[in-house]
Design a protein around this ligand. Structure first.
Ligand SMILES: [Zn+2]
Length: 444
């Protein structure tokens, strides 16, 4: 391979290993992290002892499925213990922890995520694969239009940008119009944002500033937080609005930034198999799925995370393997990105329906409040989905636009139609857990 071709890889060795070499490399790392968890975390010790499993039982690749999976709830249980706030999932002395982040808590009590400095450098390295694969280089000025708060994704994106030599502009404290003007002023040429915000920024740019976002000079956009960049219609809408290339990436606080789209845009995302073991298993039987085009649940292990290891974590995400990518990476492709969450999938009007995709739509629209209710009922023989939302103060006049965008996004993400009810801000019930927002009244 020519040297100039190798420039598309952050790590030309690991990203092009043969599948056999990659498997050997992964198995060594997998055994190491299982031993680390077993010896240093009471959480993993408890889990493995209850299942009668010991690290020595891991003799061949086929033994991997004998390692018990870890549920998000296991972290919560462990974190209710000492030492506060990480409990006995922590694998290092508390003094070694240098980074605090947490999950969003939309599915219950947030999981606290400790990282050591070594972990934090690992985060930047994982994200460097993502950025480099999407053409980010030291000539780029990257604008990040969010306050990062306690959530890890944009912090990691920020540090990885610096690591690969980009100039980073954090746009957290500004409002949308100010962010757009800052992009214009600084001639930023790259952006990281959620798909919903990418579209909403474009809207604000056109409607409020009377500027065509395509003229701002943004050439590439890294999307995170929602599956939109792997949904062809949403990707196209974003790319056309900004006259830019849009790339997907997938990560989670407990796992890391574990998958990314590349410049070839193969209609899916590469699992970063240098850092993660990404397993696809049958949702019912738990049997491994190796063949393409068969949906399954994604189980992930982060090989190198030391403070709070993530070993065979049940991500509850659904995906399927695709074909090898033209970019030459040997990392497998998850076709169509993430398809939804396994624990919320039910059938409505004969269509598999995932309430979490409605939440992504509702919460991603800045004109809508945090609270919503989703009720599935029966009218005669037909399933009816009622979605109750609140417009935030000041957004009442945008109701028509919101309605159009909401219907469009809901159909795009769930392939279903909804009866949408608007309620005055602050009048819908406030809940602690998401489960209460979704009511299925069909069997009552
Ligand atoms: Zn590729």
């Amino acid at each position: 391979m020519l040297l100039k071709d190798m420039d598309c890889y952050w790590n030309p060795v690991l990203e092009t290993l043969s599948r056999d070499e990659l498997r050997d490399f992964q198995f060594k790392k997998f055994k190491r992290v299982v031993k680390w968890g077993y010896e240093n975390s009471r959480l993993y010790r408890r889990l493995y002892e209850a299942a009668g499993f010991e690290p020595e039982d891991l003799k061949t690749w086929e033994d991997i499925i004998k390692v018990p999976t870890l549920q998000k709830e296991d972290y919560r249980t462990a974190q209710a213990k000492e030492p506060y706030p990480y409990g006995d999932s922590l694998c290092v002395p508390l003094e070694k922890v240098t980074e605090y982040h947490q999950t969003s808590g939309t599915t219950g009590q947030p999981v606290y995520q400790p990282d050591t400095w070594q972990d934090w450098e690992w985060w930047s390295e994982c994200w460097s694969y993502i950025l480099w694969a999407q053409g980010f280089r030291n000539t780029d000025r990257v604008f990040i239009p969010f306050g990062y708060n306690v959530f890890v994704a944009y912090w990691a994106g920020h540090y990885a940008c610096e690591k690969i030599g980009c100039e980073v502009v954090p746009g957290g404290i500004l409002n949308t119009e100010e962010r757009l003007l800052k992009i214009k002023e600084l001639k930023a040429n790259a952006l990281m944002a959620t798909p919903t915000y990418v579209l909403s920024m474009a809207e604000t740019c056109r409607n409020k500033l009377k500027i065509d976002p395509a003229e701002l000079g943004i050439k590439k956009i890294l999307c995170a937080g929602e599956p939109g960049a792997s949904v062809p219609a949403t990707k196209k809408r974003m790319e056309e609005a900004w006259n830019a290339k849009v790339y997907d990436h997938v990560g989670a606080t407990e796992i890391g930034g574990w998958a990314y789209e590349c410049l070839s845009q193969p209609g899916g995302i590469h699992a970063n198999e240098a850092f993660f073991l990404v397993e696809l298993v049958d949702i019912e039987s738990g049997e491994p799925i190796e063949e393409p085009n068969k949906p399954g649940k994604i189980i992930i292990t982060a090989f190198d995370r030391e403070a709070q290891p993530c070993i065979r974590f049940d991500s509850k995400d659904v995906g399927m393997w695709g074909e090898p990518c033209a970019c030459g990476r040997t990392f497998r492709v998850l076709k169509g990105g993430i398809h939804g969450r396994v624990d919320h999938i039910t059938k409505v009007k004969g269509v598999l329906f995932s309430p979490v995709s409605v939440e992504e739509v509702v919460r991603g629209m800045p004109e809508l409040g945090d609270e919503y209710e989703l009720i599935v009922s029966k009218k005669g023989d037909t399933d009816v989905i009622t979605l109750k939302v609140e417009l935030v103060p000041g957004a009442e006049t945008l109701k028509e636009l919101v309605q159009q965008e909401l219907v469009r996004q809901l159909r795009l993400k769930t392939n279903l139609a909804y009866k949408i009810e608007y309620h005055d801000f602050g009048t819908l019930p406030r809940y602690e857990v998401k489960a209460k927002r979704f009511k299925d009244l069909r069997n009552k």
